[in-house]
Design a protein around this ligand. Structure first.
Ligand code: ATP
Length: 556
């Protein structure tokens, strides 16, 4: 069984597969499944072969060229793929792999179908050094802010954009870097095989590279290594068994059936470990004690957060913080918002109320950039945000939470807060530890959201939103599903958020909560602003009673 580990050809193959798997991990970390990796492997292989044979370049130069050319060719594909998601992206990348293979088959200068030879050999040690370098670089990327953003996109692209992640850019960079790494694996492959042909880069190779990650797990780069190792090793063992006449006949029959056996094992694994062998829980385990140690002394985490003031707005005249001018939004023939104009002042808590379907969430989606602005104007401290993408609005200082809580399933509390803080846009921000203390999760920094209560998940979402030090935060029905104690904690948190100098726009059907917190109340009715004013005046307003409150007794 251990025979392959002493076989140099197997070890070469293993190194190449692990590098390709690391490349795949980079793109899959953003949730994009690229099934055209065999194409980039081929581009890298032929680049290395040509630069070695015709130009006499050494291995390092071959691999740099392989990575660069593969990355460059991936760029327009990445830009195009950005417009499509899911099955379309998979089909598109599959086609890319096919196109590359067919193209190479028809280029005589590359040997066509006959293949390309005359490449100089390398040693296994060279390949291992390349693997070590690629592993370290990939690990550094995954541990960097960019890696964190990539993983947030994997979990929830819209929520990532709301947290200030430039989702399109990050996805493009991931596709390009991934292709570059896979291209380098191809370069290494050419220098090892000494002869390459289009048949080395069929669609089966792309599927195999994807399987490395699906089997090993995407939430740790060790998953990429383990996945590549398991698949390569298993296939090799089955092949060796099939060719060994000294073994019992039943064992030899396993050889020809190796693809079937391997397929069945993959299906069993997917059933019992859908996240791959190394799930996020497993990935967190070994480093948890280390991270705890790094965060000492814990008393600092419990300390009250500093008061951090926003810089004074430019110009001496006080300008309203947020100005919404004549905003309209239609869904087909339905006018969800009609010429809504309102201003929000600095450091106020404004309650935005109205019946179901009045347009409150739509207004938040339009202001936060989740919906493109159809008509009207959005200004924050006189800066026109009307046509900014969501992440730019977050960086400019408009933050939000979602009606159905949207935390990132595979990011710890600490990572989610760190992600939010990346979008501070130069404003003086609280540290992650201070925000964790503010939202009462200082002792749960290493925890994944699934083990948090609903109230804690809501607080985490608010913490992530305030980590970017926004000027204004929109809270969309934060008290939904909370019990009385959780609502009281939420009310206290919202007051603390305002004490930090952050303006709050609160949408909530729990009027006791909303009106007890609000300085002013705006009422939407069928997409129109019905009235705006002090809580006491608003609840006495006959139009508000007719449209929303009815006979409900509300005290302020
Ligand atoms: P609720 O309090 O129930 O959350 P709301 O005041 O937030 O309601 P919106 O969710 O903004 O109301 O909806 C406003 C109107 O737009 C409703 O008539 C709703 O059915 C419609 N609407 C909202 N989102 C969409 C969508 N994506 N496609 C079509 N119609 C939509």
């Amino acid at each position: 069984m251990l025979e392959p580990l002493a076989n140099e050809s197997f070890l070469f193959l293993l190194v190449i597969n692990i590098i390709a798997s690391l490349g795949m991990a980079i793109v899959y970390a953003t949730g994009q499944l690229n099934l055209g990796q065999a194409g980039f492997l081929a581009i890298g292989a032929y680049t290395a072969a040509v630069t070695n044979k015709l130009l006499g370049w050494p291995l390092a130069a071959n691999l740099v060229a392989s990575g660069l050319i593969a990355g460059l060719i991936a760029l327009p594909i990445a830009l195009g793929a950005n417009r499509v998601r899911g099955i379309y992206l998979i089909m598109g990348t599959l086609a890319v792999g096919e196109i590359v293979q067919v193209t190479i088959s028809n280029v005589d200068a590359l040997g066509g179908l006959q293949g390309y030879s005359g490449i100089a050999p390398i040693t296994l040690a060279d390949a291992v050094i390349v693997l070590a370098l690629v592993f370290v670089a990939t690990a550094a990327l995954m541990a960097s802010p960019m890696g964190l953003q990539m993983r947030a996109i994997f979990d929830d692209e819209d929520a990532a954009a709301a947290a200030g992640v430039a989702t399109r850019r990050v996805k493009v960079v991931a596709v390009v870097l991934s292709a570059a790494v896979v291209g380098m694996a191809g370069g290494l492959m050419a220098r090892w095989l000494l002869f390459i042909a289009p048949r080395n880069f069929g669609v089966g190779v792309s599927f195999r590279i994807a399987l490395f990650i699906l089997i090993g797990g995407v939430h740790s780069i060790w998953g990429a290594v383990l996945g590549a190792f398991s698949v390569t090793y298993l296939l090799e063992v089955l092949r060796v068994l099939g060719n060994n006449e000294a073994l019992p006949l039943w064992m030899q029959t396993l050889g020809p059936w190796r693809q079937v056996i391997y397929g069945a094992l993959v299906m069993v694994l997917m059933k019992f470990r859908p996240e791959g062998i190394i799930s996020r829980h497993w990935a967190l385990r070994p480093t948890r004690p280390l991270r705890r140690l790094r965060r000492r002394p814990s008393s600092q985490l419990q300390a009250a957060p500093r008061q951090v003031s926003h810089p004074a707005p430019a110009g001496s005249n006080p300008v309203p913080l947020l100005q919404l001018g004549e905003i309209s939004h239609n869904f087909g023939g339905l006018a969800a918002l009609q010429d809504v104009s309102l201003t929000v002042d600095r450091e106020e808590i404004m309650a935005l109320i109205g019946a179901n379907g009045a347009g409150k969430t739509t207004l938040i989606n339009v202001v936060s950039g989740r919906y493109a602005l159809q008509k009207g104007r959005i200004c924050l401290l006189n800066q026109d945000l009307s046509h900014f993408r969501p992440e730019r609005r977050t960086r400019a200082g408009v933050s939000r939470t979602f009606q159905a809580v949207r935390t990132f399933a595979h990011l710890t509390v600490e990572e989610q807060l760190r992600l939010g803080s990346l979008a501070h846009g130069g404003r003086p921000a609280l540290s992650v530890a201070e925000i964790a203390a503010l939202i009462g999760l200082a002792d749960k920094l290493d925890t994944l959201p699934e083990t948090l209560s609903l109230g804690e998940q809501r607080r985490l979402e608010i913490g992530r939103a305030i980590a970017s030090r926004p000027w204004v935060i929109f809270l969309d029905e934060p008290s939904v599903g909370m019990n009385l104690a959780e609502r009281q904690e939420l009310a206290a948190l919202i007051r603390q958020v305002r004490e930090q100098g952050i303006t709050v726009v609160l949408v909530d059907h729990n009027l006791d909560l909303a009106l007890s917190l609000a300085d002013r109340v705006a009422v939407l009715d069928f997409g129109k602003l019905l009235t705006i004013g002090l809580p006491g005046d608003v609840i006495r307003d006959r139009r508000v009673r007719d449209a929303y409150l009815g006979n409900l007794e509300v005290t302020v």
